[in-house]
Design a binder for this molecule. Structure first.
Ligand SMILES: NC(=O)c1ccc[n+]([C@@H]2O[C@H](COP(=O)([O-])OP(=O)(O)OC[C@H]3O[C@@H](n4cnc5c(N)ncnc54)[C@H](OP(=O)(O)O)[C@@H]3O)[C@@H](O)[C@H]2O)c1
Length: 429
């Protein structure tokens, strides 16, 4: 039996998938007995279809694919949550299996999509939505299934990891690192989703849902990006034996699940500390397996298409064998989310203050008033001849107390708020 594919979206990932199908089609059949045929391709314009010699199966209307009774698997590669959601829901309603790379869609509408897939006895596979080419969803749903997963930590955004690496290694400013990432094609013209942490938040929402068998959506992830980070923070971290990463964090705690994205100081001895440049890695701790780490390229035509095609071939194998979906939604528990205010960790906080006596003592008083114990305080560098950085590192403290400290310190005479928002980096042990 030949399994027929309908692919929608011929941009970076879609083109990568067509390349893989054209290059390895015969290998799939010879090695694994999986026979697939790219039966229809849809996009808004035909350029890529023409470039790949598939204009004879091209359409500009995805309904042609959904209404085609021969198509078994619809591959959604258009992105976003509007047209993509309609496409995915209509494809499932028409009884087609769906493979998608869409993190935003799965992190916001995952439950609705999986319920429909379940109802229709169709598969919905989304490996490429997290970590690009890194296999992580399939290992968590299969190889690690015998574990209770307690922690997932991820460097899941290549743009910000590239920028932080350049800032740390070459003392580059945030603006220069962003410009370079854009010039290299690692950052979008509008970098908001990456630098403000939303891309990483969608990915950790998906991973947390799988890891803890409990649905987490994008809007539930407490998210902070890297805009406030300066080379001086990265230098200070290095002097303390740490590096700074935009970390996507999901922890199982006694009170529920703690899911967040923010710049994080990691000890240089942590396995994730060696992950630099555009690379991604996901560190998973299970009660039986212990520590594991999955590493690779988190974006790009080849890596993302590799993950999409892995899903396509697995679903095609099931279609050929006539088996019903084996793994559907695994969110059977409803664990509470731990509010960010009750987080307890160590903090690095950098204030910009006037370089004059009395300011340090006044700031230290505020920490004491809120019961936040200070591990160290250092005055670093000069901002403009008149201002300096005041860098506090705390002992374990509660987020709500730290927020109160910051609000009160910012009201002090001599503390430059406004254009100089304090930089907060949580310190992971
Ligand atoms: N790029 C990566 O490295 C990567 C990695 C992992 C996951 N992903 C995910 O993969 C998906 C695709 O990303 P991408 O980078 O390949 O995006 P892309 O390069 O922007 O490609 C999107 C394609 O979809 C087409 N399209 C958009 N709306 C359409 C519609 N209503 N009907 C038909 N075609 C439509 C676009 O046509 P036009 O050219 O006319 O706009 C374009 O060909 C996204 O969900 C993304 O998050 C991407």
């Amino acid at each position: 039996m030949t399994v027929k594919l309908g692919l929608v979206g011929t941009g970076t990932v879609g083109s990568g998938c067509i390349d893989i199908i054209q290059k390895h089609h015969d290998d799939f059949k010879r090695h694994y007995g999986i026979e697939i045929e790219l039966a229809q391709v849809c996009s808004r314009n035909p350029e890529q279809a023409i470039a790949h010699g598939v204009e004879d199966i091209f359409t500009q209307d995805y309904h042609d694919i959904i209404q085609n009774p021969d198509i078994d698997i619809v591959i959604e590669l258009i992105g976003g949550t509007t047209a993509a959601k309609t496409l995915v829901m209509e494809a499932l309603a028409a009884g087609k299996h769906v493979v998608t790379a869409n993190k935003a869609l799965m992190a916001t509408c995952g439950q609705e999509i999986m319920d429909l897939a379940d109802e229709q006895e169709c598969e919905i596979a989304f490996e490429a939505s997290v970590g690009g080419g890194i296999p992580i969803i399939d290992p968590m749903k299969h190889s690690l299934i015998s574990n209770q997963v307690n922690t997932v930590l991820g460097i899941v955004n290549g743009t910000t990891n590239y920028m932080l690496t350049r800032m740390a290694e070459d003392n580059m400013s945030y603006d220069d690192a962003l410009k370079e990432a854009q010039a290299q094609g690692f950052a979008e013209a509008d970098p908001t989703a990456d630098v403000d942490g939303f891309d990483a938040a969608a990915k950790i929402a998906i991973l947390a849902s799988i890891a803890f068998n409990s649905r987490v959506t994008l809007d539930q992830v407490s998210t902070e990006g890297i805009r406030g980070i300066m080379p001086t923070d990265l230098l200070a971290a290095k002097e303390m034996g740490y590096c700074v990463k935009l970390l996507a964090i999901a922890n199982r705690t006694a009170k529920g699940i703690d899911v967040r994205v923010h710049p994080t100081m990691l000890p240089l001895t942590h396995p994730l500390a060696t992950v630099n440049g555009v690379f991604n890695a996901i560190y998973v701790v299970g009660d039986a397996v212990g520590e594991t780490m999955f590493f690779g390229e988190g974006a790009g035509a080849g890596p993302a298409a590799s993950a999409v095609m892995g899903d396509v071939l697995e679903v095609a194998r099931h279609v050929q064998a006539g088996v019903k979906p084996l793994v559907g939604c695994t969110c059977t528990d409803h664990l509470p989310l731990v509010p960010m205010e009750s987080l307890s960790t160590r903090y690095y906080i950098r204030f910009v203050v006037e370089d004059r006596s009395g300011v340090l003592a006044a700031t230290a008083d505020v920490f004491a008033q809120h019961g936040v114990s200070v591990y160290s305080v250092i005055q670093r560098g000069t901002q403009s001849g008149e201002s300096v950085d005041l860098v506090y590192v705390t002992h374990m403290a509660q987020e709500k107390n730290i927020r109160a400290v910051i609000a009160d310190v910012c009201k002090l005479d001599g503390v430059l708020a406004g254009n100089h928002e304090p930089t907060v980096i949580r310190v992971e042990r």
